[in-house]
Design a protein around this ligand. Structure first.
Ligand code: HEM
Ligand code: HEM
Length: 184
């Protein structure tokens, strides 16, 4: 059955904004931390802050994965409200494709990050708690997942730009689409 509600339900709206905010922060943090000097690159006596930000990124990433899991389960059991007929068929299809890809990336980002961390020589910590090691450290596999994680991050950034452009376009056109996800 089609969902004829004029907007998304409360749970979807809250999860959308919470996850969007954290993901934007995670992208910023990820891009920032990889540029920080390693301990071996610093003069003696200077302490690297790289590990601190890596630990923060990993803990936040695992935390947001739980929110994403809740969102996927909610979305699989609750349809999105149908777009009005005033939105052309190709735009409805394009929106569906971007949103579908968002869900794939929301799952793939924490997963590839976690796999990368699993193959690293450092153990994965979740807010200070050492997680059990699922595989032996492997430099080749770590590199592979690191590249996957980085490539996916750039696809995610491109999608966010497209998504934002669509929201702004609809806002300017006064189509009422942006209100479907508004917190008010
Ligand atoms: C939604 C979740 C996540 C987002 C959006 C995200 C985003 C990013 C971004 C943008 C980078 C920088 C990429 C680069 O320039 O190399 C990065 C790097 C990294 N991320 Fe994530 N990340 C997420 C989750 C995770 C998780 C769950 C972990 C591990 C448990 C993780 C571990 C790492 C590590 C270790 C790096 C450094 C890569 C390197 O040194 O080559 N990430 N992440
Ligand atoms: C940063 C500013 C953002 C704004 C202003 C924004 C705004 C919106 C709006 C207005 C909608 C409703 C579209 C409709 O009615 O069809 C929407 C849907 C959606 N947004 Fe965003 N969004 C943002 C960021 C993000 C981010 C970072 C993600 C994911 C990583 C995301 C994922 C989604 C998804 C998956 C949907 C469709 C929900 C569904 O049908 O299940 N958004 N967004």
């Amino acid at each position: 059955m089609t969902n004829t509600a004029p907007r998304y339900d409360r749970v979807q709206i809250i999860l959308h904004w919470l996850i969007a905010l954290i993901i934007l922060g995670m992208i910023g943090l990820g891009l920032f931390m990889v540029e920080l000097p390693k301990q071996s690159e610093l003069p003696p006596g200077e302490e690297s802050v790289r590990a601190f930000y890596f630990l923060l990124h990993k803990s936040m990433g695992i935390s947001v994965a739980f929110l994403i899991l809740a969102r996927v389960v909610w979305r699989l059991t609750h349809k999105a409200p149908a777009l009005p007929d005033t939105i052309s068929k190709w735009q409805q299809k394009a929106a569906g494709a971007v949103h579908g890809l968002f869900y794939v990336l929301m799952v793939a980002m924490p997963l590839s990050g976690f796999m990368q961390s699993t193959y690293s020589k450092y153990s994965t910590k979740f807010w200070g708690i050492k997680l059990p090691r699922l595989a032996e450290a492997d430099q080749g596999m770590r590199e592979l997942y690191s590249q996957i994680h980085e490539c996916l991050a750039f696809v995610l950034i491109a999608l966010i730009v497209i998504h934002l452009a669509a929201v702004i376009k609809h806002k300017l056109a006064g189509s009422g689409i942006s209100e479907r996800m508004s917190l008010k």
